[in-house]
Write a protein that binds this ligand. Sequence first.
Ligand SMILES: NC(=O)c1ccc[n+]([C@@H]2O[C@H](COP(=O)([O-])OP(=O)(O)OC[C@H]3O[C@@H](n4cnc5c(N)ncnc54)[C@H](OP(=O)(O)O)[C@@H]3O)[C@@H](O)[C@H]2O)c1
Length: 176
Amino acid sequence: MATVLYSATASLDGFIAGPGGDMSWLTEHLAGPNPTAERLLANVGAILAGNTTFGGDDPNRGTDKEGAFGGQYHGPVFVLTHRPPAEPPAGVTFVDDLHDAVAQAKEAAGAGYVNVLGANVAAQCLDAGLLDEVLMFFAPVLLGDGVPMFHRPGGTNVRLARMPGETEHWYRVVRD
Ligand SMILES: NC(=O)c1ccc[n+]([C@@H]2O[C@H](COP(=O)([O-])OP(=O)(O)OC[C@H]3O[C@@H](n4cnc5c(N)ncnc54)[C@H](OP(=O)(O)O)[C@@H]3O)[C@@H](O)[C@H]2O)c1
């Protein structure tokens, strides 16, 4: 059974994109090795992305590092959207229903990870009880505005339990 994991690199003040979806701030923080990300990548069986992420700013666009995990991910991608393109790119499946998208991604991922990309989709997965884990990398930068890693108008109290043995911010979602 696949594990559904929300991962991103956030600024220290918790933004995964700057104003207007700007991602240019991130590039300089991805230069060094990241053993945890590499270990995750080896176990990702499918990506589930929101359409804003899929069509969003990629500072590596046009280079061999374009795409998820700096261009190193080559598996199936599922994109949630109400506006699928007439001709999907190879390896990309567009889906217009959350449960359907998660089910398809989990089936494709086998025993690996479904890596959720996009705060909006991740929050929906959480609300639907479909999110198992959260892994946040933090870049030493303050953005002050943009897309927060998680936003719940009115607030909430989602409890997270540290994954044993992990030194990064890798947590299991605690379900009551
Ligand atoms: N720092 C990082 O590591 C990192 C990682 C990933 C993403 N990002 C950035 O973070 C930002 C994420 O943006 P976001 O969280 O606002 O959006 P998102 O989750 O990436 O995408 C939201 C969009 O997905 C579609 N969608 C969502 N739920 C749906 C559903 N249930 N059914 C059908 N379609 C659905 C809708 O698009 P339609 O209008 O097409 O229907 C919606 O506007 C982007 O700027 C991205 O570049 C950063």
